[in-house]
Design a protein around this ligand. Structure first.
Ligand SMILES: Cc1cc2nc3c(=O)[nH]c(=O)nc-3n(C[C@H](O)[C@H](O)[C@H](O)COP(=O)(O)OP(=O)(O)OC[C@H]3O[C@@H](n4cnc5c(N)ncnc54)[C@H](O)[C@@H]3O)c2cc1C
Length: 396
């Protein structure tokens, strides 16, 4: 197993760190360490400007092929970029859904015309995307989507009707990729389509969902005969499931590999708080801090193990399947530890909208880590069925 990065990769690390040092300052100083999980509603305009700055430096979409404006960076380099980004306090990315989900999906499954039309806007950090998968009765059981897409011969356009829910950053997005049923008589994963839908139109109604924090990161999105062009479907009508699953592979894979540095920052803050208020003298808290430290090292070792093997096509190996379950559970526990370190002080807030400290905000957001991107139970099913080859669970 590989235990460190190559000399060439370390040189790349130097390049990233130097660029961040020279650019994540001045007008961008205020957004360092901001806009991350639980803080997405903050500094939105500044973070949009930061996306454009990243583009000017050639630091958006680095994993995309050069032909589409990326750097063709290896998985190792993408991890290094994310590590250095977090270490420098790089703000929560506004363009991450387009960069890590839409882009790779279009590159893998889209037509050349779709790539030419949609990839440049993502690359430049100008066009933001959201993910229209979940519905009130389709979350873990995604194949149960009810949103319909009908091809209207008269206008030669697709017309989409239905409801999506938990749509992160829909209120800031220019486009949404939507899974909808192209065959009204179909059930399950057959008869679906994967659509690229513009948000700025009368058939799309975005309604924010207020969270525990008093803020709204995600939304309900209602489609009422929303239109998209005949060419704005990725793959053939009825083949949307294949595309949708390809995209989830990107969501659970490389895009989260570099986040340990972000976790390290949070962990360090918990330790600082424990030292400052004396909680670090409590043996039970010390034990949990040590466990959290061990968990971080395990995550690091597991990332290196994942980077050591994998398919020639750049796909990750089977061990990658434990990654989401491991980090989500670790992070949720860190949130609990932070609250126990803060003690009663962590539980007192004045009226909404609450002014949360970073640790309080982290605690609240970590409750969702074991839900989004596939719940812990679903991750266990994936490990059992796909990694261990156990019998599939009965499907209704
Ligand atoms: C912060 C956040 C952001 C999100 N952003 C987006 C977004 O941008 N776009 C989007 O489309 N969705 C988004 N989601 C939705 C997310 O994908 C779903 O919440 C998730 O897939 C779970 O679906 P559900 O909420 O309907 O829960 P359900 O699927 O109803 O699950 C309820 C419970 O039952 C368990 N369960 C369900 N099926 C099984 C099974 N087969 N075996 C064992 N246990 C099972 C689950 O693990 C869970 O504990 C977001 C969610 C969160 C929390």
């Amino acid at each position: 197993m590989k235990l460190s990065f190559s000399g060439e990769d370390e040189q790349f690390r130097e390049e990233v760190a130097t660029w961040l040092q020279h650019n994540l300052c001045g007008e961008f100083e205020s957004i360092r360490f901001r806009g991350g999980p639980g803080d997405e509603h903050m500094f939105v305009e500044e973070r949009k400007a930061w996306e454009r700055k990243l583009y000017e430096g050639g630091w958006t979409c680095i994993g995309w092929p050069k032909a589409y404006g990326g750097r063709g960076a290896s998985i190792e380099q993408q991890v290094i970029f994310n590590e250095e980004y977090a270490r420098a306090g790089g703000p929560g990315r506004m363009g991450h859904i387009g960069e890590t989900l839409t882009g790779p999906t279009l590159i893998a499954f889209g037509t050349e015309a779709q790539k030419q039309r949609f990839l440049p806007g993502i690359l430049r950090g100008e066009e933001l995307w959201c993910q229209g998968y979940s519905e009130p009765s389709a979350g873990s059981d995604l194949a149960n989507v009810k949103t319909r897409a009908r091809f209207d011969e008269a206008s030669a356009q697709w017309k989409i009707s239905g409801q999506k829910v938990w749509t992160s950053l829909a209120h800031e997005s220019h486009y949404c990729f939507v899974i909808a049923r192209t065959d009204p008589d179909s059930v399950g994963h057959r008869g679906l389509g994967f659509f690229l839908v513009a948000m700025d139109q009368s058939g799309v109604d975005v309604r924010p969902i207020e969270q525990l924090t008093g803020t709204s990161e995600f939304n309900e999105v209602f489609f009422d005969e929303a239109v998209c062009g005949p060419d704005d479907i990725v793959g053939a009508p009825g083949d949307g499931w294949k595309v949708a699953m390809g995209l989830l592979g990107f969501e659970r894979g490389v895009s989260t590999l570099g986040q340990q540095m972000l976790f390290q920052n949070e962990f360090d803050e918990v330790v600082r708080a424990a030292k400052a208020n004396g909680a670090a003298r409590d043996p039970a808290i010390r034990q949990r801090i040590a466990d959290a430290h061990v968990g971080l090292r395990i995550m690091r070792a597991n990332s290196m193990r994942m980077l050591s093997g994998g398919g020639e096509d750049g796909s990750l190996q089977k061990e990658a399947m434990i990654y989401k379950l491991y980090w989500a559970t670790w992070h949720r526990n860190l949130g609990k530890l932070a609250m126990d370190v803060l003690g009663a002080e962590g539980e007192i807030l004045e009226g909404a909208p609450y002014r949360l400290s970073r640790l309080q905000s982290m605690y609240l957001f970590t409750r969702s880590d074991t839900i989004y991107g596939g719940t812990n139970q679903i991750q266990r099913n994936i490990i059992a069925e796909r990694a261990l080859g156990m019998p599939r669970e009965p499907r209704g």
